[in-house]
Design a protein around this ligand. Structure first.
Ligand code: TXA
Ligand code: MG
Length: 328
């Protein structure tokens, strides 16, 4: 999957002119601006409706340009970068003096990622600089995994949308802070805590991490209320809603015991990678079904499901104080 030379040239021209470009990554679609142009970066916040104190990730095609953005690479960060880049990992590092605070939301750290998606690589390579990019959704909504999600939600606000089809992973990158001599997992993702620990030893789940301040609104969320329900209770809860003449949406890991009118049931299966790949698209589909509630079958308490569980909890408003941490 590659973009044509013309498409890449058009996108690079837009970035150089201070406009926004949507591009695919292996995780989700990004809403990109020239990270060295504060006015262009400010447009990202405007288009997303994102509070200015939520820092952005800067994307590079190659770690050899890190020194332009990062004051210092702690040894743990070096090891993680060597193992997982290019790939779905974001490292929080001490920022270089010259980095504009529009990008970092006023923090003295910066999020860096080297994505592996061939179109992201093509774009970054042709542009030759850093691209600041959050997920290409409006603040607090589900991240886009297909170009049509972006067109529906952001439409005319972006000059170029590079079409890479479906994002392969479908969930946002694993975020790891390497500040202050410790390694801390800030957002679970495709790269699991065990995989990180195999490289750098113990990885903390909480502690004095950099926090993006923000309100406690629900994030990564559909507009329909979402609730996580055990497999045993799915039919019961759905049945109660149907009895009240309410339409109900269900995202499960198995088929229904029996089908019912007024019930939209998606069986997303039992394989975590495939489940993650389709998750946001399924939630968008169920959100459009005009239901009173989305019931989601509680996923297994296993590491391979950790990122999925995290996003489902955020979507349900259940995530605790980590809620605002990875929002937007
Ligand atoms: O997979 C991804 O990470 C996608 C693709 C486009 O790369 N990007 C993405 O960006 O999910 P965004 O902005 O939607 O989420 C990035 C999260 C935000 O919650 C932000 O607060 C956090 O990373 N973040 C960025 N820089 C940070 C910093 N210096 N300190 C703490 N958190 C930071
Ligand atoms: Mg986001």
């Amino acid at each position: 999957m590659r973009a044509t030379q013309t498409e890449i040239e058009e996108a690079v021209e837009a970035l150089r002119a201070g406009d926004l470009v949507v591009f695919p990554t292996e995780t989700v679609y990004g809403l990109g601006a020239n990270a060295a142009n504060p006015a262009a970066v400010a447009k990202i916040f405007e288009v997303k409706g994102r509070p200015p104190n939520h820092p952005l990730i800067v994307h590079l095609d190659n770690p050899r340009y890190l020194h332009r953005w990062v004051a210092e690479m702690p040894p743990a960060a070096e090891a993680l970068a060597a193992k997982f880049w290019p790939g779905p990992l974001t490292l929080i590092l001490p920022k270089a003096e010259s980095v504009n605070e529009v990008v970092t939301g006023g923090q003295d750290s910066i999020g860096m990622r080297v994505p592996s998606h061939p179109i992201a690589q093509q774009l970054l390579n042709a542009f030759g600089g850093g691209i600041a990019a959050p997920s290409a959704n409006r603040f607090g909504r589900l991240s886009p995994t297909r170009p049509e999600h972006v067109r529906d939600e952001l439409g005319d606000a972006v000059r170029v949308i590079l079409d890479g089809g479906e994002a392969p992973i479908g969930l946002e990158s694993t975020i790891v802070s390497c500040l202050g001599g410790r390694v801390q997992l800030l957002r679970p993702g495709f790269i699991t805590r065990s995989q990180l620990e195999a490289v750098v030893g113990p990885v903390a789940l909480d502690g004095p991490a950099p926090r993006s301040p923000g309100d406690r609104a629900t994030h990564y969320a559909p507009s329909t209320p979402l609730e996580i329900v055990s497999s045993d209770d799915l039919e019961l809860r759905a049945g109660e809603m149907v009895a009240r003449q309410e339409k109900v949406a269900v995202l499960a890991m198995r088929p229904p015991l029996q089908t019912q009118r007024n019930m939209t049931w998606i069986n997303a299966g039992k394989r975590p990678d495939a489940y993650a790949h389709h998750l946001y698209n399924h939630l968008r589909t169920l959100d459009r079904a005009g239901c009173a509630r989305i019931l989601v079958q509680s996923p297994p308490q296993e590491e391979r499901w950790a990122a999925i569980l995290d996003r489902l909890q955020r979507a349900s408003g259940m995530a605790e104080d980590s809620l605002e941490l990875s929002a937007g």
